[in-house]
Design a protein around this ligand. Structure first.
Ligand code: FPP
Length: 249
């Protein structure tokens, strides 16, 4: 089934609903600039970004996307002013507390990837509750990358592999892409088909370094809080016109 959508700027795009990407990853960028344009504190931009996340996940679920993975806080984000870090952590706690209201009834499984050690006991406790409460939901999986960095993830996986070799559970010859990927935080996820980064930046910023080897990228100038359902459809439509060869011909 193919449907046409008319964008406000009178651009038309076609979406093939039989070819929806299974896994979409998003770098939710531009919250700070969105807030600045409105003379609001940066934390207001992040709060608006969290609302956009709910809207986009529900919509993604409704069109058949099976996995959405978002960059919520990177291992480098600790360098931000303490007030902003505190506000982001508070937002995270409220989001996890409120998951039933914001995402409840939508059959959404919620998972968190990243280093837990630096997160507060309160956040870790909420993460455990939400992951456990949603573990049997199977319509869509929303993964929040929190205190996540691609290099940290790969280093952590290498450490786990080294430990297994040391313990005699794994031989050096058994280290393959498959055995390695099993030690990544994302071992329950397929690789992302499409990675979206709004707000005009054209980089990966340490997000899903291993997993993005053959992902398609989609960039736009929209700040994340303004990201709409139509923008998602436009990204999907562009994705459907790419020729994915995975290194073949
Ligand atoms: C980047 O925009 C965004 C972040 C570092 C945080 C993203 C977090 C959210 C959208 C909020 C919440 C998520 C959950 C799950 C509660 P930026 O601040 O770098 O924007 P700028 O480049 O315009 O300054």
């Amino acid at each position: 089934m193919a449907m046409f959508f008319k964008k406000k700027q009178k651009k038309e795009f076609e979406v093939d609903y039989n070819n929806i990407p299974e896994h979409i990853a998003i770098i939710m960028d531009g919250n700070g600039r969105w807030a600045k344009k409105r003379a609001l504190p940066r934390s207001a931009g992040h709060a608006a970004g969290a609302k956009t996340l709910d809207k986009i996940v529900r919509f993604a679920e409704s069109i058949g996307v099976k996995y959405v993975t978002v960059y919520a806080f990177s291992t480098e984000n600790w360098k931000r002013p303490k007030a902003e870090v505190d506000a982001l952590m508070r937002l995270m706690i409220d989001y996890l507390d409120d998951y039933k209201r914001v995402l409840g009834g939508e059959n959404i499984r919620i998972k968190i990837i990243g280093r837990r050690e630096e997160l507060s006991d309160e956040i870790n406790e909420k993460i455990n509750i939400v992951e456990n409460a949603t573990k049997d939901n199977d319509k869509i999986t929303l993964t929040l990358a929190v205190n996540y960095g691609g290099r940290e993830e790969i280093t952590y996986a290498a450490g786990k592999i080294a430990q297994k070799v040391k313990n005699g559970e794994l031989g050096a010859d058994d280290i393959t892409e498959e055995t390695f990927a099993k030690e990544l935080y994302t071992n329950y996820l397929p690789e992302p088909d499409l990675i979206i980064r709004p707000s005009g930046e054209l980089r990966l910023s340490n997000f899903l370094l291993w997993q993005s080897a053959y992902s398609e990228f989609w960039f736009s100038d929209i700040c994340w809080p303004d990201f709409s359902k139509d923008d998602l459809l436009k990204a999907i439509s562009d994705f459907q016109h790419r020729n994915r060869r995975f290194g073949g011909v």
